[in-house]
Design a protein around this ligand. Sequence first.
Ligand SMILES: *Cc1c(COP(=O)(O)O)cnc(C)c1O
Length: 384
Amino acid sequence: MQHTSYIELSKSALAKNIRYLKKRIGPEVKYVSVVKGNAYGHGIEEFVPIAEQIGVDYFAVFDTYEAERVHRVKRKTTKIMILGMIYNDQLEWAIENDISFYVFEMDRFHHTIQAAKKVQKKAKIHIEVETGLHRTGFERAEINEVISLINSNQEYLVIEGLCSHYAGAESIANHVRVQNQYDEFLRIRDIFQQHGITAHYEHTAASAAALTYPHTILDLVRFGIVQYGFWSRETRIYNLLTEDAKFKKDPLSRVLKWKSNVMSVKSVKAGKFISYGNSYLTSQNTNIATIPVGYFHGYRRSLSNNGFVLIKGRKAPIIGTVNMNMLTVNVTSIPSVIKGDEVVIIGEQGKQKITIASFCETANLVNYELLARIPSQIPRYIVD
Ligand SMILES: *Cc1c(COP(=O)(O)O)cnc(C)c1O
């Protein structure tokens, strides 16, 4: 069945981004590609194989549902890490399939040991510790118990990681806050080491921390948003201005484009309202094009009378409200638009570009949310 819009993923853009990010962290540091949220809306099943072709061999997901999806399409040697939700009764599945996972509270830890005993295989775990995000992670007061559990169950555990996640790394104003979290991580790391426990990977950095506070890189980086070509808030400004990263041109390229086609065109006389309601009144004879994409397809209704699409390399403003399945644009100033013309919803066409950033300003969203909300049903195609 043909859909009314589609997404293109650029393999060359992804290759360029990954090359740049690997250069920033150096060859000794493990690159983990975060593909939670359906690969930030890009599509797990499409994204994982192309990232593998570019040299990625470790993916991080949120839960077992996403882990299973990666597991189905990945190469045999590619690894998976679960950062978040696992029901206790799914722990055996994870261990059997060599999937590593975060352990951040006692209940999961006890069930992990039981599950490893049951399947007679070591569980590969990443011990997450609290350093200031206050989301998940063992508290300082629990560390001694964690250490004695590790030491008394060595035949059932591989301590693949000791890790934490920053609050506020996307903002330079949080410099002290990030430093405090880093210092706390090192203090806890030292406690583990004093008890003879050294994790294979010590890791704290996601995109923003790795690129703004390079000392947080340690052994492994969990790269999310940047590999898709987007900066995490102030990270871009910082990287534009600092000596060690200085770039004149954005080194990242957007991987995703969202496209559709003109469904119908017609002309409307002056003095008529467009679409439902009375939010747009034509002041002259107006040519309109209707695009078969609406809020059902993930296009925000708040972009009514506000957003743009690209047709024939020109910007066409949305007029009237975004409907459930379609939206209407003004094409009066774009000559000879016909049914079937390509429409770019996100991405570039000719010299014009609709960026996710512009989208976010009008819809008051962060790029993460906008990407993650692109419906998974829209087909994804890989282009060079
Ligand atoms: C989402 C997430 C990441 C990736 O974050 P980005 O800012 O997109 O790089 C890394 N680690 C954890 C634990 C996360 O939840």
